[in-house]
Design a protein around this ligand. Sequence first.
Ligand code: NAD
Length: 402
Amino acid sequence: DKFRVLVCGGGNGAHVMAGLAAAKPDIEARVLTLFADEADRWSESLKTNDLTILVKGSDGQPDTAIKAKPSIVSKKPEEVVPGCKMIIFVVPAFAHNQYLDAIKPYVDPKCIILGVPGPSFDYAVRGILGDKSDNVLIFETLPWACRIKEYGKEVEILGSKETILGAIQGSLSTAPIGPMGKTPVETLQYILGAAPVLHVTGHPLGITLMAAHTIHCAIMYGTWANWDGKPLDKVPLFYQGVDEATAQLMSDLSNENLTVTEGIKRKRPDVDLSQVKHVYDWFMTRYTNDVQDKSSLKTVLQTNNAYAGLKHNMLEIEPGKFVPDFTHRYLSENVPFGLAVTRGVAEVAGIETPIMDKILLWAQEKLGKEFLVNGKMQGKDIQYTRCPQAYGLTTLDDILGH
Ligand code: NAD
């Protein structure tokens, strides 16, 4: 019997994950996609084609192609969930709740649920599946930059991360549930291949407190909070354009994450939050070969080759006139599924976060939402966020899953 894996989602990352899993001889890969007519389109394509994953060769090496066939693509959870021992969520965070509701009646309690990317995904799993699953594995980001070239038929991996950070929780963490007795983490590494290398350690909260929203939200606030509303003649650089004040704000925000971390460690010394670092130190481990000037956080952002030329997301309202796009995921995802989450965790831990509050109050207004009201995560739009309060997780034990 093959090891049965379900991929939830129908976008770029879901194509790659389903293809890589299906390419393994001892794995059966299934797909659940609830969105629009994706399941029909993908199924139709599989009748006549394999799914091809093109892997872009690095350093002038030729591209390679992996061909595979997921066994079934469906929008009906009852057709695909039963019997799956590993369910991998590869969708934007706003779609997670919908998929959790859909799979809930059919989930095997001895199944591990992965969020890729998945900072704070464990709150949604616990909030929605409750006792049905205590096994969660989350990662900070997607393993690849990838784009669908033809729906259901061809997807391209433009680049893979070298390493990604993750954390696992639950009774199956080290259980030999996978092919040839592999643990859950070994099974995912087997599916991904050599890169990225998975670094899985500590409590999931460590991943949540280290998520990239700290970088994006600080840059958005630093760049636009004092903007006079006049359209710009050119689109500013996102990372390379940061000034001293924005770099300081990012550092201060990161320090607040560390304060929250320390506060929780004092109350729960047994909880391993060792993945949480200051953002400068994170850059030093992650981009050590890409950064030219390591003298400060500002120079790190300005001279990171991996960020060269990346610009703000702007709308061209008339030819040559640009305004910021506040609907882009740097606010629309990173606030409800990032900043609001850490603010909610801080509230439960009883730690004040003036920098977070300042950025959140500005950003929620730009999004037209109310999350933080009168100093508490109690606004009317809280259910659109993944802050623990949105799932009724209001004690430290609730948050930690103890
Ligand atoms: P994507 O943009 O391909 O996801 C789109 C998919 O999400 C759709 O195909 C559909 O299945 C689902 N979806 C969209 N709207 C929906 C709705 N209203 N209701 C239900 N489902 C809906 O996503 P992706 O590129 O696979 O990325 C997944 C996550 O990884 C995102 O959070 C993204 O920000 C992140 N990420 C992506 C990349 C990349 O290169 N693709 C790189 C780093 C991080």
